[in-house]
Design a protein around this ligand. Sequence first.
Ligand code: CA
Length: 245
Amino acid sequence: MRTPAAQTGHRAGNRAASPSGSLKILLIEDERDIAGNIWDFLECRGHVIDHVVDGERGLARALEGGIDVIVLDLGLPRLDGLELCRRLRTAGNGVPVLMLTARDTLEDCLAGFEVGADDYMVKPFALRELEARIGVLHRRGLPPADALQTIGDLVYAPATMLAKRGGKSMPLTVAQGRILALLMRESPNVLRREVLLQAIWGEEGGSFGALHTHVCALRAIIDRPFNSTMLQTVHGIGYRLSAEA
Ligand code: CA
């Protein structure tokens, strides 16, 4: 369902504009009360909202492109949020995804990271916090000014968010790309967990556990198919990327 106001894209234009500027946000949420509240709030803040109520249509809309951030409910009819996210990433789409979950369990949230979600919030949440997290994800998702980076046979192109190793081209999520870019810049030195946390989540959340899950997902992409391990964990300290096995 695309609502008429989502297409005209403005209402209550006298309200304060968001510090993130006007973003195009795809809201995939089947609970109409929750969706209505989110939509009203974000639209009043100057964003353009596209709303769909089931996973299949959400995926199709996401793959059309032109979206800055996706707000994705975990429990959806026709295609659940985890599977939607997995298919989106498999298709090479790296748009930032913030997952909403009513299930307050770490397993659900970590499962979300494993399929490529960038952040999550547990219902109920404050709408202002939702907007702040969306802003962080969007800023994080902007391609860094850095040029192509190379360590050993691993190449990362921030502009396309593609990592290449052994002739294989691998799409990364926003979080994975950000982590890899920082590790490459610091290589062969150790990058402390606190520095990565700050770079990925800013002042607004994140945890060592969530960071570790992103790092494990990144390692599965850039190391597992190859003969040498470049991304190393320095226990209790942080991570290091090195061409030396
Ligand atoms: Ca739901």
